[in-house]
Design a protein around this ligand. Sequence first.
Ligand code: AMP
Ligand code: ZN
Length: 138
Amino acid sequence: MKKDDCIFCKIAAGEIPSTTIYETGEFKVIFDIAPASKGHALIIPKEHYDNVFSIDAEVASKLFPLATSVAKALKAETNCDGMNLLQNNGAVAGQTVNHFHLHLIPRYEGDGVKLACEPGDADKEYLAELAEKVKKRI
Ligand code: AMP
Ligand code: ZN
């Protein structure tokens, strides 16, 4: 269902211009308007899903095959040295547009782009208990 107040729904519908790299019936791949690096792209399902917690499983199953194709094409043309695939869910995780999207961020030696998280300490007891509980829900 299209959301009237959603910028990516409007981009998906062609109501707001975007530099479109690729399009299928279900996805639009565009360049980010404020790129973290040269070639920063976004894969956007045309259907509105807020985030990973609500995306349709069948749509999601088509996302990664498309992402691998786009990643290879971007790498071939940008000559990037690496690439981050990033997907934020919820404001606390840095999501600013509440329409599911996957970032493809080409990385270049010395580009200074900061995305990495700091390593923490593993609480083995907590993780063992959590693994048992989460396993039952998958
Ligand atoms: P996130 O913080 O994961 O929600 O990422 C949202 C991304 O959408 C940011 O990188 C923005 O630069 C990008 N963005 C916002 N508006 C537009 C737009 N009109 N066209 C292309 N990218 C956009
Ligand atoms: Zn939307």
